[in-house]
Design a protein around this ligand. Structure first.
Ligand code: MTE
Ligand code: LUZ
Ligand code: MOS
Length: 801
């Protein structure tokens, strides 16, 4: 832990409560005391209303087919079954597509993937609902059609969910042709399951006059409201969606909570009874999508220093059966291919193939990690081809300051701290000395091989869809000096409510425990954006600040009117108001203000300034600013088993002026481990013929645990500010540090590469599971062995493998 954080957390809580600082201090999550006591209610903990029924979804057992019929009578006759609902029961629009309207809530006509919800069982008990739903295979009459199961197949058929996207600067092909060296490569990058600890869930309760209240674990209550209202043919004011907190979302509850909110609401509406839908984990895996897997084809021209002179890249992803957010994910992938590097001539092409698998969606980083991974892969390979340290080649390509500082999409890279940040980390982690020490150690260790890598991060902050960059808030100040805050963002464990409460406390000079943030509610702040793109505290913090400022200004004017002095000299600190030499307890002033009929509550609004985006040509200023970071990871690889172990992680991440260093460090560490999991152990496997997802539970899908955290783990925040006028000059932290996990994968590749004296490129897949590592080890060994025979080209041997 940061020494500053540690010393602060060790100070007397009473001292903390009375210190003037409200932002910039490392305070615990607002619900931490509830989390640890099991007293923080999630949707399934809400006391059930009498008469509550339970829903379960009947899923398509085939990946593609014509839906000819459903044996409803058989389903209706099952124990406990109250109703069976199909697409025909939907009074309004049978659609929950987030952007493109291509996503039926319940299948109609054709089934599009194995796991697609076709019908819903409503029963007296959850277990009975699930048992009836499990009869899907018996009751569904489906004429099978040939499925398209891979991105490659979809691409070959020219079958896309959205038209291909192109981001071009200069003449990449000419630059590649003229360059001294050339690299042509193809590599794959796996997807990732969000694996939120609290699964998807919705609980819909009928209200008076045809209204509905939906408790939903969602990052996007307004979208849930929209989908439900549309589905029922109702107005939005009929549908109240509430979310107090999620047990994690990670992007998986940005759009894909909709199917659950819709079905629970449809049933509640039809039956006039409360209905809860909580799929079990396996069904959650089978129904919802996840991080997009990518395949890359790169063509690169570079010079003797490893400078990338020209790059052409084709990015191909499996979008799944519907568009969902894939277009925006691909957009972010294309806008992050540059990562920390200046690419003078570049041509990028993005293809989102439509297939008969789950619809892939948002996951922490939202395509950014995929795009940036590709360039890091390229740089690592270029370094090996030149016999250089990859860090040296990375440095040769870093964005400059005042030159070489414009991204391929024509945004200037401002506030660039890549160089000093990397230099700081290089020194504090002892990178150079450890690299030499590892080389010496490997030379005498035939089986175990160690590897080390430093990778940088640059991540653009803002939704890449301009209008989403807005937020609203309400601040209510009671006469006793306590405040109630409500904003459009959702709490998923990231600490958004804590940060927003700190902002309000700071603005009004109140101690933290006088602020309470209430559940996100579509009947309070309306037309909200998803809590996503890491913008939660940037947007909602500013909106809440705006609301609090309006109250403060009114109070200041009132205080000056009453006690004399200038309104703009009135200070709000330590639960007191300082006015014209007097120090009045805030509650005293509030009572007086109330009696004088001063409005003690306010709304607030914020829209990120200065953004513009030409989505057709992919040029403009999509991001308000960039966040930076870097990580050094060291691993040991067992070349006989392919097992790997992360030995040490050193992280340095830029959060501008941190609103809360304790929460920010938690985000940085957690994201790094989540990124490591994606690239090392989380493997998704679909049956190549049926399209069944075979890794659909923790028994077959391995996420990192506490044991996978490195025994030496140093995470630090980089001392910085934000050049953009963000909330208290902080920077968003939710997603960017996920990319720090790249360093683990590269350290593994470095260890494998050492087997062949760093002369052959290990064809290492991501995730670098034991199997993938072993394949790469064997390929490098074979290449090294063949290289001893003078007639064989070693590089060809690696490729042949
Ligand atoms: N942290 C926790 N604990 N749980 C989560 O679900 N989601 C991540 C990140 N950090 C997540 C998290 C994702 S995908 C995003 S976009 C941001 O939090 C959203 O919250 P923020 O914008 O308030 O940072
Ligand atoms: N863009 C983005 C988006 O950058 N991040 C998101 O989460 C998102 N969601 C929907 C649409 N665009
Ligand atoms: Mo985060 S992937 O933007 O929900």
């Amino acid at each position: 832990m940061n020494r500053a954080v540690e010393s602060f957390l060790n100070t007397d809580p009473a001292a903390q409560a009375h210190s003037g600082a409200r932002v910039g201090v490392p305070r615990a999550h607002e619900s931490a005391h509830l989390h640890v006591a099991g007293a923080a209610p999630y949707v399934d903990d809400i006391p059930e209303v009498a008469g509550t029924l339970h829903a379960a979804l009947g899923l398509s057992p085939v990946a593609h087919g014509k839906l000819r019929g459903i044996d409803l009578d058989k389903l209706r006759s099952q124990p406990g079954v109250v109703a069976v609902l199909t697409a025909a029961d939907i009074p309004g629009s049978n659609d929950c597509g987030a952007i493109v309207h291509d996503e039926p809530i319940l299948a109609v006509g054709e089934v599009q993937f194995l796991g697609q919800p076709v019908f819903a069982i409503i029963a007296t008990e959850r277990e009975l609902a699930r048992r009836a739903a499990a009869l899907a295979r018996q009751v569904l009459d489906i004429e099978p059609l040939p499925p398209v199961l891979t991105a490659r197949e979809g691409h070959a058929k020219g079958q896309y969910v959205v038209p291909p996207a192109h981001l071009v600067r200069g003449d990449a092909r000419a630059a590649i042709a003229a360059a001294p060296h050339r690299l042509q490569d193809r590599f794959v990058l796996g997807g990732q399951e969000q694996f939120y600890l609290e699964g998807q869930i919705s609980y819909a309760v009928p209200q008076e006059d045809g209204c509905l209240k939906v408790h939903c674990s969602t990052q996007h209550p307004s979208e849930m409201q929209h989908v439900v209202a549309h589905m029922l043919g109702k107005q939005k004011h009929h549908v109240q969606v509430e979310c107090r907190r999620m047990g994690g979302g990670f992007g998986g509850k940005e759009s894909q909570s909709a199917i659950f909110a819709s079905v629970a609401s449809l049933a509640a509406f039809k039956l006039g009874r409360p209905v809860k839908l909580r799929p079990d984990r396996d069904d959650d895996f089978m129904i919802t999508g996840r991080r997009h897997a990518f395949e890359f084809d790169v063509d690169v021209g570079f010079d003797d220093e490893g400078r990338l002179l020209g790059v052409e890249v084709e990015m191909l992803t499996n979008a799944g059966w519907s568009a969902d957010l894939s277009a925006a994910v691909m957009g972010r992938a294309l806008c992050h291919f540059d990562n920390a590097y200046w690419l003078p001539d570049v041509a990028m092409h993005g293809y989102c193939a439509r297939t008969n698998t789950q619809s892939n969606t948002a996951f922490r980083g939202f395509g950014g990690p995929q795009g940036a991974f590709a360039i890091e892969h390229v740089i690592d390979t270029v370094a090996r081809r030149l016999g250089r340290d990859p860090l040296e080649v990375r440095r040769a390509n870093f964005y400059g300051v005042g030159e070489r500082d414009v991204t391929p999409y024509e945004q200037k890279v401002e506030g660039n701290v890549i160089e000093p940040l990397v230099a700081d980390l290089e020194a504090s982690s002892g990178y150079q000395a450890r690299r030499a020490e590892i080389a010496a150690w490997n030379a005498q260790s035939p089986v175990l091989k160690r590897g080390i890598a430093l990778t940088p991060v640059k991540f653009g902050i803002s939704f890449n869809v301009q209008h989403l960059n807005q937020a609203g808030a309400l601040v209510h100040l009671y006469t006793d000096g306590s405040a109630l805050v409500n904003h459009g963002g959702t709490e998923m464990g990231q600490g958004l409510n804590t940060k927003v409460a700190q902002v309000v406390a700071h603005e009004l000079g109140l101690s933290f425990d006088r602020i309470r943030v209430t559940a996100t509610d579509t009947f309070k702040v309306v037309n909200t954006s998803a809590t996503a793109a890491s913008t939660g505290s940037d947007l909602n913090g500013k909106a809440a600040q705006d609301a609090a400022r309006q109250i403060r200004e009114r109070l200041a004017a009132f205080a000056a009117g009453k006690h004399g002095g200038a309104a703009d000299e009135v200070r709000f600190v330590h639960d007191h108001v300082e006015v014209n030499g007097r120090r009045v307890p805030i509650e005293e002033l509030l009572v007086e203000a109330y009696l004088a009929r001063v409005q003690l509550w306010s709304d607030g609004f914020y829209a990120t300034p200065g953004l513009h985006w030409d989505s057709k040509n992919m040029k403009g200023r999509p991001f308000y600013y960039f966040a930076y970071g870097a990580a050094v990871s060291e691993v040991v690889v067992d070349t006989l088993t392919g097992e790997t172990k992360l030995l040490r992680g050193d992280l340095l991440h830029d959060v501008g002026k941190s609103l809360n260093p304790a929460l920010d460090l938690g985000q940085v560490e957690g994201a790094y481990i989540q990124g490591m999991g994606w690239l090392t152990m989380e493997e998704l496997v679909w049956h190549p013929k049926t399209g069944a997802l075979l890794t659909h539970a923790p028994s077959t899908y391995k996420i990192p645990t506490a044991n996978d955290a490195p025994p030496v783990f140093n995470a630090r925040l980089f001392d910085n500010t934000n050049v953009a006028d963000s909330i208290h000059r902080s920077k968003a932290v939710g997603e960017p540090p996920l990319l720090l996990g790249f360093s683990v994968w590269h350290a593994i590749r470095d260890a494998v590469s050492s087997i062949g004296g760093h002369r052959f490129d290990p064809p290492l897949r991501a995730p670098a599971t034991a199997e993938a590592v072993l394949d790469a080890v064997e390929a490098v060994q074979a290449a090294a062995a063949q290289a001893c025979a003078p007639s064989v080209d070693a590089a060809e041997a690696v490729e042949a493998k």
